[in-house]
Design a protein around this ligand. Sequence first.
Ligand code: NAP
Length: 339
Amino acid sequence: MASNLKILLRSRPTGAPAAGNFQLESGPVPVPAAGQLLLRTLFLSLDPYMRGRMSDAPSYAAPVAVGEVMGGGTIARVETSLHPGFREGDLVLAYGGWQSYALSDGKGLTRLDPALDPPSLALGVLGMPGFTAYMGLLEIGQPKAGETVVVAAASGAVGSVVGQIARLKGCRVAGIAGGPRKCGYVVDELGFDTCVDHRGGDLPQRLARACPDGIDVYFENVGGAVFDAVLPLLNVRARIPVCGLIAHYNDTGLPPGPDRLGLLQRAILTKRLRMQGFIIFDDFGPRFGEFQQAMGDWVRAGKIKYREDVVEGLENAPAAFIGLLKGDNFGKLVVRVSQ
Ligand SMILES: NC(=O)c1ccc[n+]([C@@H]2O[C@H](COP(=O)([O-])OP(=O)(O)OC[C@H]3O[C@@H](n4cnc5c(N)ncnc54)[C@H](OP(=O)(O)O)[C@@H]3O)[C@@H](O)[C@H]2O)c1
């Protein structure tokens, strides 16, 4: 008999999440009512934003309630359809959460091409992270040929795409990544011009050497010590799409050390910097079709490469998610929930 394995938020973390903040629970497979679908999860996406949903601090989206199933994007197969718009066997992109089965009323589901191989690409390079890279870089970063673009978390889901698009636009691209393996991949496989290991010490000096002409676009995925190293290297009229601040997601208070807000504001003023945050679907949702077309073409032509980090089994999702916030993943992190 099939059962529905679910991972619930057991308690809100203070600082880094731990295994005890999650609870595994097994229950009956839900039964769809008229107008509903039963979805069987094939892949669950694990993404840094989920850390924010575990907290009840004010944010752009409501938190997961304690005792509720953790939310998350999924690729699912329609097991049973009592909905006129979907058939049994359809492959869909859903927001089914951390569970092996989910009910849906069809709203927000996207039918996927059954030939998409692997279907998890719709959670990565062809989905939300790829879209984030595309819009953040091209619309806010406005890169021009010959300029220097820097991106951190450069081997990850968003950063890997940012750097490759910047190369396609004729920019010089420096990645920042954790460790020699990730840096080697970023240069050798993804074609970045250079990559600096942020765990290797002396980041400000090594980044300065990697960017002899300064930085025109800094795609911010990280914050923290990486931003401290970037700030003095920014050129006049540099653009900074503020996409994520993963170095701060586990913070419980303001970072230690002197207040550097004045330093930042002076740099913004004198260098006429443009920093702009964005939340991908809130700000650019209607342009998803345009992105799919462009990215699909680039991926098919081999111009944009991708790497997935596939974790087997839903029960391993909490550990994988905890690792994501520490850089344990190598590529877009997804969980294979069922075949
Ligand atoms: N604004 C939006 O709409 C939007 C949408 C999607 C994603 N995002 C943001 O984009 C960023 C990247 O997301 P992703 O899905 O592509 O994740 P990812 O890069 O696949 O994985 C996260 C990576 O962040 C790096 N990292 C973690 N802690 C760090 C630290 N203290 N300093 C430097 N690097 C650190 C690690 O890579 P290394 O080992 O290389 O350090 C880790 O592998 C996140 O901040 C995320 O919240 C924003």
